[in-house]
Design a protein around this ligand. Sequence first.
Ligand SMILES: *[C@@H]1O[C@H](CO)[C@@H](O)[C@H](O)[C@H]1NC(C)=O
Ligand SMILES: *[C@@H]1O[C@H](CO)[C@@H](O)[C@H](O)[C@H]1NC(C)=O
Ligand SMILES: *[C@@H]1O[C@H](CO)[C@@H](O)[C@H](O)[C@H]1NC(C)=O
Ligand SMILES: *[C@@H]1O[C@H](CO)[C@@H](O)[C@H](O)[C@H]1NC(C)=O
Ligand SMILES: *[C@@H]1O[C@H](CO)[C@@H](O)[C@H](O)[C@H]1NC(C)=O
Ligand SMILES: *[C@@H]1O[C@H](CO)[C@@H](O)[C@H](O)[C@H]1NC(C)=O
Ligand SMILES: *[C@@H]1O[C@H](CO)[C@@H](O)[C@H](O)[C@H]1NC(C)=O
Ligand SMILES: *[C@@H]1O[C@H](CO)[C@@H](O)[C@H](O)[C@H]1NC(C)=O
Ligand SMILES: *[C@@H]1O[C@H](CO)[C@@H](O)[C@H](O)[C@H]1NC(C)=O
Ligand SMILES: *[C@@H]1O[C@H](CO)[C@@H](O)[C@H](O)[C@H]1NC(C)=O
Length: 762
Amino acid sequence: MPLHLLTTTTISLLLLLSTLSTADDAAVMSKLLSALTPSPSGWDTKTPFCKWSNVNCDPSNAFVTSINLDSQSLSGTLPSELNQLSFLKSLSLQKNSLSGPLPSFSNMSTLGQIFLDSNSFSSIPPDFLLGCTHLQTISISENHNLSPWQIPLYWSESTNLQTIYASNASIFGGIPDFFDSFTNLQNLRLSYNNITGILPTSFGGSEIANLWLNNQLQGLSGGIDILSSMSQIYQVWLHANSFTGPLPDLSKCTNLFDLQLRDNQFTGVVPPSLMDLPNLVNISLANNKFQGPLPQFHNGVKVTLGGTNGFCGTNPGPCDPQVTALLAVAGAFGYPMLLAQSWQGNDCCGGWSFVTCDPQGKNVTMVSLGKQHLSGTISPAFANLTSLRNLYLNDNNLTGSVPEILTTLPQLQNFDVSNNNLAGPRPVFPPRVKFMYSGNVLLEKNQTAGGNGSGGGTLGSGSNSGSPGGNASGSGSSKESPVSAGMIAGIVIAVTVFVGVLVFVSYKCYAKRRHKGIGKVEGPEKGSKMVKANVAGGLNGHGGAPSELENKGSYDHNDIPIFEVRNAPNGNYSVETRLAGTFGYLAPEYAATGRVTTKVDVYAFGVVLMEIITGRKALDENMSDERSHLVTWFRRVLANKDNIQKAIDSTLDPDEETSESICKVAELAGHCTAREPHQRPDMGHAVNVLGPLVEQWKPSKFDEEESYCIDLHMSLPQALQRWQADEGTSRMFDDFSYNQTQSSIPSKPVGLADTFSSTDCR
Ligand SMILES: *[C@@H]1O[C@H](CO)[C@@H](O)[C@H](O)[C@H]1NC(C)=O
Ligand SMILES: *[C@@H]1O[C@H](CO)[C@@H](O)[C@H](O)[C@H]1NC(C)=O
Ligand SMILES: *[C@@H]1O[C@H](CO)[C@@H](O)[C@H](O)[C@H]1NC(C)=O
Ligand SMILES: *[C@@H]1O[C@H](CO)[C@@H](O)[C@H](O)[C@H]1NC(C)=O
Ligand SMILES: *[C@@H]1O[C@H](CO)[C@@H](O)[C@H](O)[C@H]1NC(C)=O
Ligand SMILES: *[C@@H]1O[C@H](CO)[C@@H](O)[C@H](O)[C@H]1NC(C)=O
Ligand SMILES: *[C@@H]1O[C@H](CO)[C@@H](O)[C@H](O)[C@H]1NC(C)=O
Ligand SMILES: *[C@@H]1O[C@H](CO)[C@@H](O)[C@H](O)[C@H]1NC(C)=O
Ligand SMILES: *[C@@H]1O[C@H](CO)[C@@H](O)[C@H](O)[C@H]1NC(C)=O
Ligand SMILES: *[C@@H]1O[C@H](CO)[C@@H](O)[C@H](O)[C@H]1NC(C)=O
């Protein structure tokens, strides 16, 4: 082929290609022109498109690089061929009245800016900006007529994105977790959509400075902890959503100037670090469920606080100490909404749910949060609720360890953490505390060094009931549980201890009287033991000295032991009649439930204790109205320790140490007869309270031959254990009877009471 021919062909080909491309852009531009009404000013078909107003081309004048039709009052639709403008870098069509479906701009790899906002487009194609790898700005806000669409995942391929404006754009669904794809995204505005779900984790560490997510139809939810790692953040609008949980520590967000959080469901205490943000000038917190001290911002900061929040005061300053402690408790659970709804203001005894206070309405005595789907940890701040007696945290999803400091709670009696996910060392509580921890595999296996769990003597074995796989008896849930074998055993043990003490003291008094009789005088070193024995005298020696015991049948059909005390000074006195009175007294509770519950029996036990302490019947019609109901009257008496002394059966005449013990028993009786069944302790607890009082009882001196078959070298609890070991628990009570069976228990000390006067025991 001749050279010139080749050259000519090549040139013609190049020309052809060039005219083809030009023809393409020209054709697209002419389609665009004809689609718009009115025609944009300076646009007409007679002029080359590169000469049209607000249209820029590349230097060859073959390719369009930018179109700017901002605010031209245009209507019409966009032609689908727009994406053939293969060198287009910037398209500005905002603030017009364009309508119809948006075309696809896919594969426009040079496109950097696209402004479509404030129009009336009707829909967005699935491949809207697919393959636009050089996009820096997407602006599609204020297109109120768009049919619902979701933020496409492929936007993550546009790694150069700096700005996404898509407010009021009918977006629904979640925010994709793709923000680690963008190295330079600074503005994200998605207000007034129907976006749901949580803030994506990839916000953390992003460069986003301007974040508008406010006014979602259903609302974004979850917490906003991720903000704490958005150190570039400058303006955050999250108002009018459904965010929950507490505010994070934003102290790293030193650029933050405008924080709008109003109208959400935020809970908890506003972190002090928020008030120290150096650049904050605008903040709204109104209409949430914030708690704790009213936050105080620096002068010049524009703050809105009011609405549904539950700050503890109208001025900044600390809350009541118990409120502070309970808020710390709530904080360790992540400030759940469950608690924020009522744990508001500064009076935790004024109706906070799950919190019970003393009758004076001053001090928190019970926190009952069993089965509340709580997660998080157990706050050591419980230790600041010094009047706390009962703490139920069972059947939740708590993690972490049981704070050791809770063993210092001076009044604690029941502490139930069973069925959680607690781990770590298991603290050893004083024997008075019934600590229930079963159902925490990692906790059951672990224990604080040096402790053996059941810290409290032999009788304490029932207290730290956490054996793996076993159900803690009287599981501490505030629900009533029907009578179980375990419960009956508990009552039997308690009554056994009680009666054992009675018998033993009878014996002791008898022994002492004998010694006196033969002129022996107790040495001073025996004194303390005598005092302890006298406790029993005080507790059990109703109407004066303990006297004759006589079996009257071991059980009635309710498994209530019936025995008789023959009281020397006042003549025969049947405990059975008393108990009958007690249970008549209890009739409503039995009749209402139609079943015997642990709590009813604990109540009965409390009534019996009261009868013994006061020497009065449960219901005494001979008394004045206000005194005729023993329980009502006695519970009033209990409010003042001095009163208790006066209420004690006068014939008991206890010394100081004894009255202290009587006070303990009186208090126990008070708890047992609490109005609300769930406030009553269980029998195991009663045993734990009574246990230490009898533990050291041992006669100071005795004659072997007079020991009535009991090994008096043993302490009472030891003896109890022996009996329990010898006989099955179920039969224990039968054996512990006084009808001259061959048990190892002292049977009726013949002639004891008959010759005995109340003064002998003191
Ligand atoms: C965009 O490019 C891909 C391949 O690069 C192609 O498969 C697709 O059809 C193109 N889309 C359009 C609308 O041209
Ligand atoms: C979104 O549209 C509503 C009306 O539908 C309007 O009140 C609101 O101001 C718009 N949001 C923004 C951010 O302009
Ligand atoms: C908002 O989105 C939810 C689901 O994300 C949908 O069920 C609801 O219908 C949407 N509301 C409107 C008004 O589009
Ligand atoms: C504070 O924010 C609100 C809404 O977010 C805005 O209207 C107001 O102008 C802002 N004020 C200042 C001082 O920035
Ligand atoms: C309440 O607790 C305080 C501090 O622990 C104590 O001083 C006060 O006696 C308690 N009040 C009652 C009624 O128990
Ligand atoms: C108890 O309260 C005091 C004073 O408010 C506080 O300093 C202390 O940290 C609290 N203890 C716990 C364990 O939270
Ligand atoms: C319990 O908590 C753990 C960790 O906090 C969580 O993974 C688990 O889903 C929770 N379980 C329930 C039933 O809430
Ligand atoms: C037991 O407690 C120790 C001390 O806290 C802890 O290091 C260990 O991991 C715990 N073991 C289990 C099985 O929880
Ligand atoms: C723990 O119990 C075992 C056996 O019951 C006993 O040998 C050991 O001395 C106890 N340890 C402590 C610290 O009480
Ligand atoms: C514990 O009690 C629950 C319900 O009362 C029962 O389903 C479960 O079998 C019991 N577990 C044991 C080991 O007794």
